[in-house]
Design a protein around this ligand. Structure first.
Ligand SMILES: Nc1ncnc2c1ncn2[C@@H]1O[C@H](COP(=O)(O)OP(=O)(O)O)[C@@H](O)[C@H]1O
Ligand SMILES: [Mg+2]
Length: 257
């Protein structure tokens, strides 16, 4: 049985800039399993965002293949939702917080169910009190949470997230990390999550892949051996957590040299 959701086979991605063509990613071999929580880490410019965009259907491989459910695809596949790093531009300024969350589900979900989904998504990210505000009045962290709420309201099968907690304060970040693992456990979603925070990667992930180089490629992967239900204090004191963190930091620094 093929349980992989995404499969990259010797994928190369070449992008065009004003200065000419550039190979951004090369030789990407990656299988992402159903319900897997995969984190991607790596230095700036190693192609993490580009790889996420390829999985989301926003750019195509120039060699090799990127498959979703065993098939090549063109544009975002149904059920695959991307949370972009550029949260400000992802929001509609003329819609309220609530209106922005409604955006993706207006056509497909109606009446009471729609309102209930919006309420649940807003509550998860702590934005219920701000539901009538407009995005311009929100802080960066709130705008980021709003984009996350909109993605969650869609109840995606696959969630692709580019440094989604980067602008959040430490407490909000820990709470959303735990919510995200809970959501994944209850919905069976597959999550691909970019972060530059090694602690966040080890805490969240079933598997962490490390990208390095230019063109970027996957140079290493680790599977933190942690209990399925994490705890912000106890998990981070476990030898397996400390070991995974140590290994990842060592490889990250090694890759940057
Ligand atoms: N649209 C584009 N056209 C040309 N080059 C790009 C484009 N987007 C990104 N790049 C280049 O690709 C490389 C990888 O970028 P990116 O995927 O954003 O890396 P990361 O997310 O790991 O920081 C960088 O050198 C960047 O300058
Ligand atoms: Mg990036």
């Amino acid at each position: 049985m093929n349980t992989s959701v995404f499969r990259c086979e010797a994928a190369e991605i070449r992008l065009t800039a004003a200065t000419g063509d550039k190979v951004v990613l090369q030789g990407i071999d990656l299988d992402i399993g159903r319900q897997e929580f995969l984190c991607m880490v790596g230095g700036s410019g190693t192609g993490k965002t580009t790889l996420l965009r390829a999985l989301g259907g926003f750019c195509a491989p120039t060699r090799g293949a990127v498959l979703y459910e065993g098939r090549p695809f063109d544009g975002p596949p149904e059920g695959v939702v991307t949370v972009f790093q550029d949260y400000g531009n992802a929001l509609l300024p003329w819609r309220t917080v609530r209106g922005n969350v409604a955006l993706g589900i207006e056509a497909s979900v109606s009446g009471a169910e729609r309102e209930a989904r919006i309420d649940a998504a807003l509550a998860l990210v702590g934005l219920k009190p701000a539901e009538s505000e407009y995005p311009a009045k929100l802080s960066g962290g709130m705008q980021q949470r709003l984009q996350i709420a909109r993605a969650l309201a869609l109840q995606p099968r696959v969630l692709l997230m580019d440094e989604p907690f980067g602008a959040l304060d430490a407490m909000t970040k820990s709470r959303l990390q735990d919510e995200l693992r809970n959501i994944q456990a209850s919905t069976g979603a597959t999550i691909v999550f970019i972060t530059h925070d090694v602690d966040e990667a080890v805490y969240l992930a079933d598997r962490v892949v490390l990208l390095a180089g230019s063109p970027g490629c996957i140079v290493s992967e680790i599977r933190p051996d942690l209990p399925a239900v994490r705890n912000q204090i106890a998990t981070k004191e476990m030898p397996a957590y400390l070991h995974a963190r140590h290994t990842l930091l060592e490889r990250l620094h090694g890759a940057a040299r």
